[in-house]
Write a protein that binds this ligand. Structure first.
Ligand code: SF4
Length: 700
């Protein structure tokens, strides 16, 4: 079954990759401190005996003294007692570190939380040893009916009569540290790890058997009372609860330490890099990481640092947006559309400045016709929830079936927690989860990850529906759409839009992959999941987005840089939606646009730009293919004048073609007779080309 994330210990994912050469000394140091603390906590023997007897009395009163019959059994049956002694003296020190190493190597994303849980619990145990020194049953006087099986069978192994310590090293351990039993506590931790992260039935069985058998062993060998074992489990529970806080504390300490060394790092970076720090706080409420600075923005003095110039640009963009107008984030849909019209400086600037174009279009009096109905929105959400139900079991099955049938079936998958503060934090968490999942060798579902893509010098944060990491470490984008697939086919326009959107996600994923060594492959076949027919059942298709990816990549790199456009604007230009309409229109018109009919399906300002393009007679409003045919002729009036022969260079192929077309049209109309050229059509013959279009005639 797919695994979801356990609240608590798995929320905090390491912000930086842990290295064995830092982990090993840390664990050795903590264990040495624990052992030293255990020895130092050695209390008075008579007090320890009193505590042991008190525990025994409580157990007897509650009929919990299971250690008595077990110890008698182990003493009588050597075939049970000897293996139990081996178990007690060895597995505690072998299984726990082995599992730590396994987690570190194979389940790296889980390791830090698991290790912190173990260490925190161990220190809580130390508090127990200090406050409650307890004599184990085997050291009570014979009258209490216990036999020290470790001493009885010591000739079979390396241990003596002093707990699990090797013979002759009894002085190195505190034999009165019975409460709580960390043998049981650590075994419980091992059991949870095996159960949660083991992928085979044998691992799951071991996850249950190991702590249970250890509990029986510690009682049967008379090393612990039943209540010691229960306290060991309670200590692990307390450690689990404290783990998130401990990790936050560790993060805080690390941040403080790095903050001390930051000025040095910043100074060395500032000399050679044009990238402003990802944590650079800019205008109030705005934080733009990795802002590239190619030239000084207004307000940045010559000689200012790149950070100053970047801050000046962000302030300039915030001024363009309007005072106290929050920035609108770019999404993949907008980026796909942005890439579809890369020559439009207006859109590049408005998107780069975070202007809400739908609100702007309303304020301009040309509201956009975009948006989903509330019903469609809810239906889409319900469908996505269904596809991702049960830890994404159905979704992963579809990915396996459509894209990777040769891989092992996704019966045991991971769903890492991606929660973090702010888009930068979420993007960093996603990058980390992707890296860890790539090395995990298991199916991993990243539900609504956050990706960052550099667009015209500013980062855009994108949130695909899902990204799946295959067992071979490759990554796949999953798009979940609510338009139906009817009889195996879907609306090609909608599939095309989904493919363009997925291509943007693939590009962003490739940026993440490029930062890893070796870079994992990002698959260029994405999975499109839609409702089947008119039901709510999911059906999926693999969509090859190589073409959309290369077109989008090329067009995004061609986008005019936002700061260059902003620099060319008149002083005081502002797009705040509460400005008077005339002022706002002038501001919008001060930025060059490249309207094309395709804008109607992709940009909120389309109606505004279309009206102005028509009013100006711009040939761009006729469509890109026709625009390309017309060469240097920019307006409809220029085209008509060229066709009439009143303007234009006759050697220009476009002008020559127009004149030839006008002649052919005139000949055709002459041949058709007077009805075709009758009065009132306004389109009679070549002469009529410049006439006013009558009401109801086709739009030019
Ligand atoms: S509608 Fe206007 S702003 Fe939007 S892309 Fe087209 S021309 Fe540019």
């Amino acid at each position: 079954m797919p695994q979801t994330v356990t609240p608590g210990i798995e929320r905090a994912v390491p912000k930086t990759r842990l290295r064995w050469w830092t982990e090993l000394p840390l664990i050795v140091l903590v264990y040495a401190s624990y052992s030293a603390g255990r020895l130092l906590a050695r209390g008075d023997v008579s007090t320890a005996v009193d505590h042991g007897l008190a525990i025994l009395r409580i157990e007897k009163a509650l009929h919990l003294n299971a250690e008595h019959p077990l110890n008698r059994l182990f003493t009588r049956e050597a075939w049970l007692g000897v293996p139990a002694d081996f178990w007690y003296a060895s597995l505690h020190y072998l299984v726990t570190p082995a599992l730590l190493i396994w987690l570190f190597r194979s389940r790296a994303v889980r390791y830090r939380a698991a290790r912190t849980w173990l260490l925190t619990s161990t220190f809580i145990g130390l508090i127990g040893f200090t406050l409650l020194p307890t004599c184990p049953p085997r050291l009570l006087s014979q009258g209490h009916g216990f036999v020290d099986t470790m001493a009885q069978y010591s000739s079979y192994g390396w241990w003596g009569g002093e707990a699990s310590a090797p013979r002759g090293l009894g002085g190195m351990t505190n034999q009165y540290a019975a409460m709580p039993s960390l043998h049981v506590g650590w075994a419980l931790w091992c059991g949870v790890m095996l159960w949660r992260y083991g992928r085979t039935p044998a691992a799951k069985v071991a996850g249950i058997a190991y702590p249970l058998l250890t509990t029986i062993v510690v009682m049967g060998t008379a090393n612990h009372y039943f209540l010691d074992a229960a306290a060991g489990a309670a200590v692990m529970g307390a450690g689990l609860l404290l783990t998130p806080a401990m990790m936050r504390l560790a993060d805080l300490a690390k941040e403080r330490l790095s903050a001390r060394s930051a000025p040095v790092a910043a100074a060395s970076q500032g000399a050679g890099s044009s990238i402003v720090s990802g944590e650079c706080q800019t205008s109030p409420g705005e934080r733009i990481p990795r802002q590239r600075v190619s030239r000084h923005g207004p307000g940045a003095e010559p000689g200012a640092t790149p950070a100053d110039a970047g801050t000046a640009l962000r302030q300039r963009l915030a001024e363009l947006r309007g005072p106290s107008v929050p920035p609108k984030a770019l999404d993949a849909r907008a980026l796909a559309a942005l890439a579809a019209n890369p020559g439009c400086s207006r859109r590049a600037l408005l998107d780069g400045a975070g202007v809400n174009k739908a609100v702007l279009a309303d304020a301009l009096g040309s509201p956009s016709a975009f948006g989903q109905s509330q019903f469609a929105f809810m239906r889409g959400n319900a469908f996505e929830a269904r596809v991702k139900a049960d830890g994404g079991a159905e979704l992963l099955r579809l990915v396996h079936e459509k894209l990777d049938p040769g891989a092992e079936p996704p019966t045991d998958s991971l769903v890492p927690d991606l929660t973090a503060g702010g888009p930068e934090g979420r993007a960093a968490r996603t990058a980390l989860a992707l890296r860890e999942a790539t090395g995990a060798g298991a199916w991993t579902l990243l539900d609504h990850p956050m990706l960052a893509l550099d667009v015209a010098g500013s980062p855009a944060f994108l949130e695909p529906d899902a990204v799946v990491v295959h067992p071979d470490g490759s990554w796949t984008v999953v798009e979940i759409k609510s338009f139906p697939v009817l009889d195996g086919s879907a609306d090609p326009a909608k599939v095309g839009a989904a493919a363009r959107q997925s291509a943007v996600y693939v590009l962003a994923l490739e940026d993440v992959a490029a930062r890893l060594d070796p870079a994992p492959p990002v698959r260029h076949r994405v999975l499109l999941v839609c409702p089947k027919d008119f039901s709510n059942l999911p059906t999926a298709s693999a969509v090859d987005i190589r073409k959309q990816r290369s077109v989008t990549r090329r067009q995004l790199t061609r986008l005019t840089r936002v700061e260059e456009i902003a620099d060319a604007l008149p002083e005081g230009t502002c797009f705040a939606p509460d400005l008077p309409r005339g002022e706002l229109t002038a501001a919008v018109e001060s930025v060059p646009a490249a309207y094309a009919p395709e804008c109607l399906a992709a940009c909120e300002l389309a109606f505004h730009c279309r009206d102005h393009a028509r009013a100006e007679g711009a040939v761009t409003s006729l469509g890109r293919s026709l625009r390309a045919e017309l060469g240097g002729l920019a307006t409809v009036d220029d085209v008509l004048a060229a066709a009439h022969g009143t303007a234009g260079d006759p050697d220009d192929p476009a002008v020559a073609a127009l004149r030839r077309a006008a002649r052919l049209r005139a000949e055709a109309l002459d041949a058709a007779g007077p009805t075709a050229t009758g009065p009132g059509t306004g389109y009679a013959g070549a002469e009529g080309l410049g006439a006013e279009r009558p009401e109801g005639a086709p739009c030019r």
